[in-house]
Design a protein around this ligand. Structure first.
Ligand code: PBG
Length: 310
């Protein structure tokens, strides 16, 4: 009876699996703070992508983990065709074609030696407009590598407009822009820093949003839609369900939400201690995120949920 009258139903196609691929790796490396999540080799990434296709996961969001020696002040690896992320995108697109939606994280933080999401000015602060130039090049490199969707996640002002224009000018009119619209300066990104071996010192509070603010997100949303966003995202997800619901009210494009590394780690850690039921809490979280208004959910549970839970 409950299944018959349920108002919210999760489907594998709602889910996008975030994946990490490590440059030069010959074996997968576990991420301690995210049990069950690994840094992939190119081959294991392709295997996972194929598994996602087999069980009908909606998409894959790819993050590159370059070698430390390859990092520099402007994040050169992000725009080079042989940079790890672009190589990985090409491999997955060749293997899976259009059978799953291939998404690329469009941000410099994995590629810069200082770990910030953009390039710095002479005073060591992130330079918004100089960063936009890099994002434009990065978007085109990712589209050339086969990304169906680029996800500018650095929270620079004007990033969606610049990326849209660069893609159009390069002939990639059909590549979709997933805007990280409301990205909060969050403690829940903690485990991600291990996942991408980030060299960040300090924080991102000058460009990510204050957790105290909702109205600010609606302003970001309006700007992203004006700039041409095809999808808008709220991140993290569970602590910001009011923001998801508010975005759903206003946006005339699909709303996505990202259940981030810390949300995953909390469930895993509590479950490992026997304090909560892992599957139940994971599904309850995902269902709540959908109920709040997200039709696309990025989650490290995507493959397991699609394979054995849904
Ligand atoms: C930035 C980026 C981050 C995450 C996704 N994209 C880190 C940050 O902004 O600090 C976090 C994802 C997660 O925690 O699962 N490229």
């Amino acid at each position: 009876m409950r299944a018959l009258v349920a108002e919210t139903r999760l489907h594998p196609r709602d889910l996008v699996l975030p994946v990490f691929v490590k440059e030069g790796a010959t074996e997968v490396t576990p991420i301690t703070s995210m049990p069950g999540v690994v840094q992939h080799t190119l081959d294991s990434l392709v295997d996972v992508a194929r598994q996602c296709v087999a069980v009908g996961v909606g998409g894959l969001m790819v993050f590159g983990v370059p070698r430390d020696e390859g990092k520099d002040a402007v994040g050169s690896g992000a725009t080079e065709d042989d940079g790890i992320l672009n190589v990985a995108l090409r491999r997955v697109r060749e293997a899976c074609g259009d059978d799953l939606v291939l998404m690329a994280d469009l941000c410099l933080d994995e590629f810069t030696d200082h770990g910030h999401c953009g390039v710095l000015d002479e005073r060591g602060r992130v330079d918004n407009d100089a960063t936009l130039v890099r994002y434009a090049d990065m978007a085109v490199a990712q589209a050339r590598a086969g990304a169906h969707v680029v996800g500018p996640s650095g929270m620079m002002d004007g990033q969606v407009a610049v990326v849209r224009e660069a893609l159009d000018d390069a002939g990639f009119e059909d590549v979709v822009v997933l805007a990280y619209t409301a990205k909060y300066a969050s403690g829940f990104f903690g485990p991600f820093r291990e996942a991408v071996q980030s060299s960040l010192e300090g924080d991102r509070a000058t460009y990510q949003q204050d957790p105290a603010n909702l109205t600010e997100s609606l302003r970001e949303l309006r700007l992203d839609l004006e700039e041409g966003a095809d999808l808008v995202m709220v991140k993290p997800a569970l602590p910001y369900l009011d923001v998801v619901a508010a975005a759903r009210e206003v946006a005339d494009v699909p709303v996505a939400a990202y259940q981030v590394s810390g949300e995953y780690a909390m469930i895993e850690a509590a479950a490992a201690n026997g304090w909560v039921d892992r599957r139940r809490c994971a599904l309850e979280s995902l269902t709540s995120i959908k109920r709040a208004g997200a039709s696309v959910i990025l989650t490290y549970y995507a493959l397991e949920a699609a394979t054995t839970w849904l």
